[in-house]
Design a protein around this ligand. Structure first.
Ligand code: S3P
Length: 166
């Protein structure tokens, strides 16, 4: 099986969905953020603070290319589509699913969350601006879009498995 890549904004549920999807398909699961943390020995917040966003994006691009491209489900960081090279890489892989959630539900989920360095200041305004700028990038990177706003994890996983059969 070709690897399935999940893309989408912070708080869209990529990590949770990736774990359940991998369990159902009986394949390995990876998360680009987790891999970066493992390889650098630093948290995402620490990397942003000590080395800056560009360096984080460099690690992210490297990790994306180094993960297995078969028998795996890969959850990616919300900003992975920012680099043209990453978008092209993902488009080439074809098995990419965009987990869409409306801005309102994303904001509600992120409200109490302090783990995202990009949202340290002016959280709601920053999240809205990032969301609007990235929406077209997620959509150009994949043919499969799943609206997660009103679905359970099981329904989302069922939808992805159906999409992958097409
Ligand atoms: C980011 C999303 C985060 C993480 C980092 C930057 C972004 O991943 O990669 O904080 O730019 O949207 P999640 O989408 O898993 O929260």
């Amino acid at each position: 099986m070709r690897a399935i890549y999940l893309i989408g904004f912070m708080g869209a549920g990529k990590t949770t969905v990736s774990q359940e999807l991998a369990r159902r398909l009986n394949v390995a699961v990876y998360d680009t953020d987790e891999e970066i943390v493992k390889r650098t020995g630093m948290s995402i917040n620490e990397i942003f603070a000590a080395e800056g966003e560009e360096k984080f994006r460099h690690y992210e691009a490297e990790v994306l290319r180094s993960l297995p491209s078969t028998n795996a489900v890969i959850a990616t960081g919300g900003g992975i589509v920012g680099r043209t090279g990453n978008r092209l890489f993902l488009k080439g892989k074809r098995n990419v699913v965009y987990l869409h959630a409306e801005l309102e539900s994303i904001l509600a989920r992120l409200k109490e969350d302090n783990s995202r360095p990009l949202l340290k200041q002016d959280k709601m305004k920053t999240a809205k601006a990032l969301y609007e700028s990235r929406l077209p990038l997620y959509r150009e990177t994949t043919e499969f879009e799943i609206d997660t706003s009103v679905k359970t994890v099981q329904q989302i996983v069922d939808d992805i498995i159906q999409c992958m059969k097409k």
